[in-house]
Design a protein around this ligand. Structure first.
Ligand code: NAD
Ligand code: UPG
Length: 483
């Protein structure tokens, strides 16, 4: 038998990363027992039910195939952490809300809690794998927590960094056919042995040349850098979208033209109302904070502009809506099409829809929101939560009355548009492309506006119906240009 054999894997954190990534490992490695653990009992209950706690194309098939065979979801951390030889930690690493580094630094409370749990129950040596996105050098801190808290001095911990690059909405295909799997470890004999063990797990389905092995700090930093560079592309094209509107250029044509340059490439050049999601902003702020803490203020300032440009883009969109509608939206019903941060997910973390709705509500609008995957309770929570409160297991539940009064969650797009002055497209759901806009037009207040924050609709067809159309980064409709 190979010395690399892993018999049991446990994962702390049954969220968007822990759930899907462990399900794929279980499916691909039927001889390894995989147990996903969480402190959130409701979440574990949902993972064990027919209605999984997250929506992700292809996820049900994978979970239903492996669950009960070699994939388990549990809250019994003591038993399963004690038995596992490899432990992934995939807990949330939110932005700090208070204290030193508030608003930028990563809050490692959950990570430290997980490390203390591992130390308390470990009676045999373990490989502990950082799956969460963490600041560079976290492995060093975690090693100290583990070794100083473990009751048995013979127990050894080897820490690996194995950041996750999946994107929501495509998680299962990203996990099944990853561009690369990155594993960082210590450059010592025991570190190299641990690297080989984890590589052995992935080698069940990932080709050898796609499994990269680096030192710990490179792996930790590569994750933050990948997200920073992806977000930077979006902020760059969004910056150009503003210039397009001012000059009559068309951002889709500009993106296409530059994307044909093989050095630039065509992906991630889609102008939008702004990037959202739980990772980009958090990880850039985290990167900025790491830079600052080692005295690299200029480097920090450089990356910070990516977030600042994203905030500008969301604000710019709100201002376009308000100025287009005769400088006021007070008392006007605005149909919001899409609340999730991207299509094919029900996730609303840091979705640009939150900032756009808040901006419109602040000007007195009434927002009617339709999203095929987002539950109304989630929308209300998001619109009333303080910044960064969402990324905590026992999150924010308070809803402010004035938000409840001005926001309506609607279960179909036609009722959402009826009686509205404008439709704002904030998520690129495919179903929005095939709707009967002529029917909607007839039910709306005139002039009826469409503000397409994703550039997914047929703008010429909408204009023919009679809509005044704003398309992000495209030549402005004369109606919207102030005389
Ligand atoms: N969401 C993504 O697409 C994505 C992709 C790559 C990396 N990441 C990173 O992965 C990490 C996890 O992200 P996520 O989206 O899965 O978060 P999530 O909030 O969906 O899941 C984290 C889970 O950890 C649980 N948890 C926290 N502390 C715990 C503890 N001590 N014991 C047991 N469970 C605990 C929480 O209850 C929660 O269910 C973050 O660092 C994130 O930046 C996320
Ligand atoms: O050209 C583009 C591409 C994306 N977006 C927006 O950018 C955000 C993020 O999209 P995406 O990156 O596809 O989804 P995430 O699930 O946030 O995945 C990112 O963040 C994850 C968490 O770290 C990483 O693992 C992934 O590699 C990285 O793509 C969304 O609001 C998108 O609508 C654009 O506006 N224009």
């Amino acid at each position: 038998m190979s010395t690399n054999t892993v018999k049991k894997i446990a994962c702390i954190g049954a969220g968007y990363v822990g759930g899907p990534s462990m399900a794929v490992i279980a499916l691909q490695c039927p001889n390894i027992e995989v147990v996903v653990l969480d402190i959130n009992e409701e979440r574990i209950k949902a993972w064990n039910s027919d209605k999984l706690p997250i929506y992700e194309p292809g996820l049900e098939e994978v979970v239903f195939a492996a669950r009960g065979r070699n994939l388990f979801f549990s809250t019994d951390t003591t038993k399963h952490l004690g038995e596992a030889d490899v432990i992934f930690v995939s807990v949330n690493t939110p932005t700090k809300m208070s204290g030193i580094g508030a608003g930028r630094a990563a809050d490692l409370t959950y990570w430290e809690g997980a490390a203390r749990m591992i130390a308390a129950v470990s009676k045999s040596s373990k490989i502990v794998v950082e799956k969460s996105t963490v600041p560079v050098k976290t492995a060093e801190a975690i090693a100290k927590v583990l070794t100083r808290n473990c009751v048995d001095p013979n127990v050894k911990f080897e820490i690996l960094s194995n950041p996750e690059f999946l994107a929501e909405g495509t998680a299962i295909s990203d996990l099944t056919k990853p561009d690369r799997v990155l594993i960082g470890g210590q450059e010592t004999p025991t570190g190299r042995a641990a690297l080989e063990k984890l590589k052995w797990v992935y080698a069940h389905w990932v080709p050898d040349n796609r499994i990269l092995m680096t030192n710990l700090w490179s792996a930790e930093l590569a994750k933050l850098t990948a997200n920073a560079m992806l977000a930077q592309r979006i902020s760059s094209v969004n910056a150009i979208s503003a210039l397009c509107e001012a000059t009559g250029a068309d951002v889709s044509q500009v993106s296409y033209a530059i994307g044909m340059d093989s050095r630039i490439g065509p992906k991630f050049l889609q102008a939008s109302v702004g990037f959202g999601g739980s990772c980009f902003q958090k990880d850039i702020l985290n990167l900025c904070y790491v830079c600052e803490s080692v005295g690299l203020k200029e480097v920090s300032d450089y990356w910070y502009t990516v977030v600042a440009m994203n905030d500008y883009q969301k604000q710019r969109f709100v201002e376009r809506v308000i100025s287009g509608m005769f400088n006021t939206v007070a008392g006007k019903r605005i149909a919001i099409f899409g609340f999730a941060f991207k299509k094919d997910t029900g996730d609303t973390r840091e979705t640009p829809a939150i900032d756009v709705c808040r901006g419109l509500l602040a000007d007195g609008a009434k927002c009617a929101v339709y999203d095929p995957q987002v539950a109304p309770i989630q929308m209300f929570r998001d619109l009333s939560a303080p910044k960064y409160a969402w990324d905590r297991p026992h999150g924010w539940t308070k809803s402010e009355n004035h938000i409840m009064e001005s926001v309506q969650a609607v279960s179909d797009p036609y009722s959402c548009a009826a009686g509205s002055h404008a439709i704002c497209v904030l998520t690129e759901w495919d179903e929005f492309k095939g709707l009967d806009y002529a029917k909607m037009y007839d039910s709306m207040v005139k002039p009826a506006f469409v503000f397409d924050g994703r550039n997914i609709l047929d703008h010429d067809a909408l204009r023919k119906i009679g809509f005044v159309v704003y398309a992000l980064g495209k030549p402005l409709d004369p109606f919207l240009v102030r005389g």
